[in-house]
Design a protein around this ligand. Structure first.
Ligand code: MLT
Ligand code: MN
Ligand code: ZN
Length: 299
């Protein structure tokens, strides 16, 4: 299985268009310690010229331009993108579908909840369901979005997308609004969890023994957006675990055996984005990598 990180940042990217937090300031000034990053998505393949995108970010057009494997190669119209698999309905994970218009067939997979959001938003009909059929996938029922690739959704504590929040909001619900994906090919297993509000025993079990794990790396500290003066929300309020602390991801997954573990969906306020920072060193000392755009893995 081939894996390419198309985008490693959380919503907004790095730097974010309107942000002057300490990390974005370094990025705006071109400081080599902070590599610019696009919004989170990975591409996976188990064969020639057939790729599946895990989420479609608003930066998808630029991500394809930066990734030769995803570019058209045959005839007048062509794309190796066979399917898009959605893990939730947040803007940073679905807006890229709009860039996949132009009458190209491909398949869309998501939970009933996520596909329902797309169905309700008529603008997504620009990607006509007749050409790009939407396939609801249930928990723990395998689906095969491209040759040689088997995937399965599993429940992850999360919440509805930000743009759907109302008075009934429950953070940490385990419904179809936020999911993780297990991807297997040739006996190798990748687990993709770009958003997660809590670690449950079932989640630990899902992750254990994976050859590669991508996990929610939104914030380093739960209150870092408040501390940076750029927001009023904690990570917990946004439905994201933080990397550090007793209740953070590094601690909670410390004893879960995984061959390689990589943080993805990293918010621009996260100091682990700065090469050489104390936070980056702590992350790496704990056995984690911080994803960069263009990173490739072969499983
Ligand atoms: C999130 O990951 O919490 C969302 O992408 C937030 C957003 O929609 O900006
Ligand atoms: Mn997001
Ligand atoms: Zn910022």
């Amino acid at each position: 299985m081939q894996v390419i990180v198309l985008g490693s940042a959380a919503g907004g990217g790095v730097p974010q268009w309107n942000c002057r937090c300490p990390v974005c300031r370094l990025a705006w000034s071109g400081d080599p310690r902070v590599e610019p990053r696009t919004q989170s998505s990975i591409a996976v393949s188990a064969g020639e010229h057939a790729w599946v995108l895990l989420n479609a970010s608003p930066d998808l057009r630029a991500q394809i331009a930066a990734t030769p494997a995803l570019q058209p190669k045959f005839g007048e119209r062509d794309s190796p993108i066979r399917a898009v698999v959605l893990t939730n309905g947040d803007v940073d994970h679905i807006a890229g579908l709009l860039s996949l218009r132009e009458s190209q067939p491909f398949d869309i997979y998501g939970t009933q909840d996520t596909l329902g959001l797309i169905h309700e938003n008529q603008v997504f009909d620009v990607v006509a369901p007749t050409l790009a059929p939407r396939h609801p996938a249930a928990f723990a029922v395998p689906f095969h979005p491209a040759p040689g690739l088997e995937m399965e959704f599993f429940t992850v504590p999360g919440k509805v997308p930000l743009w759907r929040e109302d008075a009934s909001l429950v953070i940490g619900e385990e419904t179809g609004s936020t999911v993780g994906v297990t991807i297997t090919a040739n006996g190798r297993r990748l687990v993709y969890v770009p958003g997660c509000a809590a670690v449950t025993p079932a989640l630990r079990e899902r992750i254990a023994g994976a050859d590669l794990l991508f996990f929610d790396g939104t914030l380093y500290r739960d209150d870092e957006m408040i501390a940076a003066g750029v927001g009023t929300k904690t990570g917990a309020r946004m439905g994201h675990l933080s990397m550090s602390g007793m209740e953070g991801t590094m601690a909670l997954l410390k004893d879960v055996p995984v061959a390689r573990r990589v943080f993805i969906h990293i918010n621009n306020t996260n100091p682990a984005l700065i090469d050489g920072s104390d936070e980056r060193r702590a992350v790496e000392a704990a056995g984690w990598a911080v994803a960069r755009d263009g990173m490739e893995f072969s499983l």
